[in-house]
Design a protein around this ligand. Structure first.
Ligand code: ATP
Length: 456
């Protein structure tokens, strides 16, 4: 993990927020490569969930909504995590996480058998006694307008899906969709997490990619199975290794009282093993019933063919963009023996970041073999023409081995080298990050060549 964090900082994927002020708790900024990667994660999600489908449409709702939304959703009353403190070392933990970890891997020294409740657990850091759990509300508050009192209090959204529920009727009336259909949204969410950490895994400000699929209650199970399969396949299609992700079903105790079923996709993290990456939930008719009740607007649906009237069930798919980016980075990080030909670093391990081409921040790097003007000129022309379509980088500094190495560690799938032969044969050498094969391609064919490689 430390190696990945250091690479991510050195190459401009992720920075600690407000670093020159000493950083700000669990907030991160995405640098010039990080913003490309997270945007590509979001693009890939949108393409699979909206662009390629007839039965899902998009939405971008406001971050700040009517405070009643959060009363109806149950967040004001119970969007809380159970917090425990160690009486000895004063460290703070989430009781549910401690229970989950101890139940999965009973620590034979401290707890002879799986714990029944938090009372059976001691501090995992120092073995000290823990306090009783206290509930801590995660909603972030703000004030709207000039006066800061209870009447002006509002919330930064704790999840993006509430914006979807309150627009269900608007979308239904304006998009000519019929059930079953879905609404997708990508956007920021805020939670006053009590135990943030593990880098960008758990932050207080993060981005969610959520899709709510509205169905006839009789068909909810069928759609639930369907969306579970789709979401897992999405990660696999983007290169997630089989051994790196898995399903986990929520236990009865974990299930929200209204939820009919909930499964998480987990990834094998270097910070304490399997961790939640995404969720697929059958939320029943809780959301539309509650918003109907609190707003006074009827959110039921009448089937235009059968005239059957019902409150739709919702199958939700919920993914974190930052968490997905972290998982793709961890999944793709590999240290290898020298392969770039970088003479100066012959004895060091090299990093190769295996990213799916659609996710790679830079698609093509253009490298003139020397700083001779005629090579630079051709290389710039190639770079400018490819940049019309793809994120490209021009690099003329250092040996060619060093430059290959720089591109390998940020996951650039292709390097184009302009050499001394180029002036004669009007061809360049294209190197593939995965196969390391080099091909001689005519400059005039590069556009078609990369279209084939990057877009098919
Ligand atoms: P956890 O148990 O890890 O707190 P959760 O079950 O509360 O997560 P959901 O409310 O289901 O998470 O949110 C859906 C997705 O949003 C998660 O699977 C995760 O990818 C992302 N997510 C949730 N909380 C955070 C956070 N604090 N930082 C980054 N991503 C988050």
């Amino acid at each position: 993990m430390d190696k990945l964090i250091s690479l991510a900082k050195r190459r401009g994927f992720v920075f600690q927020s407000s670093e020159i002020y000493g950083g700000f708790g669990s907030c991160y900024d995405y640098g010039s490569l990080g913003v490309e990667l997270i945007n590509n994660v979001k693009k890939a999600w949108w393409k699979a969930m909206v662009q390629k489908r007839d039965d899902v449409v998009g939405l971008d709702s406001a971050i700040i909504m009517h405070p009643r939304v959060w009363e109806a959703s149950g967040h004001v009353e119970s969007f809380s995590d159970p917090l425990v403190d160690c009486k000895q070392c004063k460290k703070r933990f989430r009781a549910d996480h401690l229970l989950e970890a101890a139940s999965m891997k009973p620590d034979l020294e401290a707890h002879k058998e799986p714990p029944k409740s938090i009372k059976d657990i001691v501090c995992p850091e120092c073995g000290g006694e823990l306090t009783e759990p206290r509930n801590f509300n995660l909603l972030m508050k703000t004030f709207i307008g000039a006066v800061e009192d209870e009447t002006s209090q509002a919330y930064l959204r704790g999840e993006t899906c509430q914006g979807i529920y309150v627009n269900f009727k608007n979308i239904l009336d304006s998009s000519r969709q019929k059930l079953p259909f879905g609404i997708a949204q990508i956007g920021k969410a805020f939670r006053n997490e009590i135990t943030p950490g593990n880098y960008i895994f758990r932050t207080r400000e993060f981005e969610q990619m959520e899709m709510q699929f509205f169905v006839n209650p009789k068909e909810a199970d069928k759609w639930y199975d369907y969306w579970r399969e789709q979401r897992m396949q999405w990660y696999k299609d983007l290169g997630m290794k089989d051994e790196f992700i898995r399903w986990r079903q929520h236990s009865k105790e974990e299930l929200a009282h209204y939820a009919k079923a909930a499964w998480d996709i987990e990834f094998d993290s270097p910070f304490g093993g399997w961790k939640e990456l995404a969720g697929v939930h059958n939320r029943g008719n809780w959301d539309l019933s509650r918003h109907g009740e609190y707003s006074g607007v009827d959110l039921s649906y009448t089937d235009p063919t059968t005239q059957e009237k019902y409150i739709p069930y919702i199958v939700e798919t919920s993914d974190g963009a930052g968490r997905a980016m972290l998982a793709f980075l961890l999944n793709g990080y590999e240290e290898v023996e020298t392969r770039s030909g970088d003479e100066e670093a012959k004895h060091e391990k090299e990093v190769v970041l295996h990213l799916h081409k659609s996710l790679a921040p830079i698609k093509v790097a253009v490298l003139p073999l020397s700083k001779k003007e005629e090579l630079q000129k051709v290389a710039h022309e190639i770079k400018d023409s490819l940049a019309e379509k793809w994120m490209t980088q021009y690099d003329e500094t250092g040996s060619i081995g060093k430059r290959y190495r720089r591109q390998d560690e940020i996951g650039t799938p292709y390097c184009v080298t302009v050499d001394f032969e180029t002036a004669n044969d009007k061809k360049v050498t294209v190197r593939d990050i995965e196969t390391m094969e080099q091909e001689r391609i005519a400059i005039g064919d590069l556009g078609e060549y990369f279209r084939e490689k990057l877009e098919k």
